[in-house]
Structure formats: C-alpha cells, structure tokens
Design a binder for this molecule. Structure first.
Ligand code: MN
Length: 299
C-alpha cells in the first residue's frame, strides 16, 4: 500500500511533449501556442497559453490587441521585454514593463485593449512575454472584474542553496517564498532560471494538472529526464512533485514557466473571447457584448 505521504514525493512523469503551433493573434502579432489546439483543447484550469514573441519591431511597427471584450475567465500577462499599455472599461489603465504581471479577472465582462505603449511605438524594440487564460469556476464566472497589476519589484524571488536555481513566484509558493497575487482557485505560476547542473524538485499537489513551457535552452523534465526544448511544453502525469533540471554539460542556462492548478472539472463552452459553461451562457455573453453591457474604454 502506498501511503499519501509517499505519494506526495512521487516524481511526475512527462505525459507528452507538445511543440507549439505558430499563429497570429490580436491585430496580427505572432505567438507560439502549445494549446489550445484540436488535439489539446485545454489543460484544466488553463484555457490558453501564448508566448508572444520574442519579436523585434521597428519604430511604429508594434502590433497589439485593440478594444475587445472578455467574460468568464482571467487573462494573465507577463512581460519579459518590451512595454505594453492596457486599458479597460472599468477605468483601469496600466503600463506593463519587463518582469511585471497583470492578472485580470474578466468575470462578468470587460472591454480592454492591450497595445504596445507609446514609448515602445516610438523607439521600437523586442516584445517578449506571455498571456495565459485561467478558467473561472461557474460560481465566479460572473464575478466583478478585477485587476491585479504587480510591478516586477513586488514579485518574490528565491534562489536555491547552490545558486543554480532562481525562481520568480508569480502564483503559489516555491523555495520558501509565497506569491503576492491572489487567485480564485489554487494555482502555481513559477518562472525558473536553471544553470547547467541545476535541479529543482517542486511540490505540485497530486490533484493539480501541471505543465512546463521552455522559454530558452533545454530542460530535462519528469521522472525519465525527458528533453524539452525551446518552444516546447511538457504536460505532466500524476505525482506529487515536478522535477526539472539542466544537464551539467549544457551550453548555457535554461528558462521555463511551470504552471499547475487544481482542475475545475466543469463543462467548457468557448466562443472567441468568452468562456462559459453552456451554449445559453455564450449566447447571452454575445448578446450582452453587442448591447454594450460589458462597457467601453473611456480613458
Ligand atoms: Mn484580451
């Protein structure tokens, strides 16, 4: 018999390695997207994972996503380089710079715009970041919209004793540091930088779904040390911890995002920017949006 204490230390295997598809989003900016695809519609509670860039834009060239609505979930934006300006129908406005996180709960509905900032448009530069959609449970889909704008300096950072593992704790806990962001359901969102020879064994409760996306370099993941390369995502099977490392002989460090969360196990009906539990709720969302009930940007 395996006790629950023993299960908590089981290293999760890699269930599959997914290579991102490349597509255009918003006004036409390129993204790498491990999901949703026809084969992998979601990793419950995560609905979408977009790596925006890295894309070099000349002055005046930057492209973003002008005014559009959302209902029923959260959009989480994390910038590595470049500068974005977000505005919404609730009167919020914020500039995202490298290392900043914006955790937006669309809830009952917002209209927002996500555009390169005026300063970025003038200078040009490399835009690089992520947008992740986190589903909301049925009870929170019509919640009041909320913004959590967290500047880089407020994101907790930790390092392993040997100095080979560095982590930025966006949600959840790692290496003894807890995130400042509040989530509706339990979520782990960690940005790791691993030097050659690094290894991290990160607790990710057994009832969570877990994935790792490699930003740069090559990572060894799971109980069999599967190679996961830049632009690829590992989806993990069951277990209590996620093991990630970099070969001691690797040419350089690797960076990755580790996401894990408690699945909602609820019906998912999606239609573009709306994600609800039923067809009827989607029809209502489209109607409410067309009638202007999700507001408009006035700033
Ligand atoms: Mn959006």
């Amino acid at each position: 018999m395996i006790t629950s204490a023993a299960k908590a230390t089981v290293i999760r295997p890699v269930a599959e390695v997914v290579t991102s598809v490349q597509t255009l989003e918003g006004g036409g900016f390129p993204v790498r997207r491990p999901f949703p695809t026809a084969r992998l519609p979601q990793v419950d509670p995560f609905l979408l994972f977009d790596h925006l860039g890295p894309v070099p834009w000349g002055p005046g060239e930057g492209i973003g996503a002008p005014d559009h609505p959302h209902r029923g979930f959260e959009t989480v934006t994390y910038l590595l380089s470049g500068e974005m300006q977000h505005k919404d129908s609730a009167g919020n406005s914020g500039t995202l710079r490298p290392g900043d996180v914006q955790w937006m709960t669309a809830g009952a509905g917002v209209v927002h715009s996500e555009l390169p900032s005026a300063a970025f448009m003038k200078s040009g530069g490399t835009m690089n970041g992520f947008q992740i959609w986190v589903n909301l449970p049925a009870r929170a889909k019509m919640a009041r919209p909320r913004y959590q704008d967290i500047p880089a300096e407020r994101i907790p950072e930790a390092e392993s004793a040997d100095g080979k593992v560095k982590v930025r704790v966006i949600a959840g806990e790692s290496l003894g540091k807890a995130a400042v962001i509040d989530t509706h359901t339990p979520i782990l969102y960690l940005h790791f930088t691993l030097q050659p020879g690094a290894e991290i064994v990160q607790p990710a409760p057994e009832n969570y779904n877990a994935l790792a996306y490699v930003i740069t370099g090559e990572v060894r993941a799971g109980d069999e040390n599967r190679a996961v390369r830049e632009g690829q995502m590992a989806r993990f099977g069951g277990g209590g911890v996620v093991r990630l490392g970099v070969d001691v002989n690797a040419a350089g460090p690797a960076e990755l995002l580790l996401l894990a969360g408690q699945p909602l196990n609820e019906p998912v009906e999606r239609h573009g920017p709306f994600v609800m539990n039923s067809r009827e709720e989607i029809v209502q969302a489209i109607h409410d949006s067309q009638e202007g009930r999700m507001g408009k940007i006035a700033i």
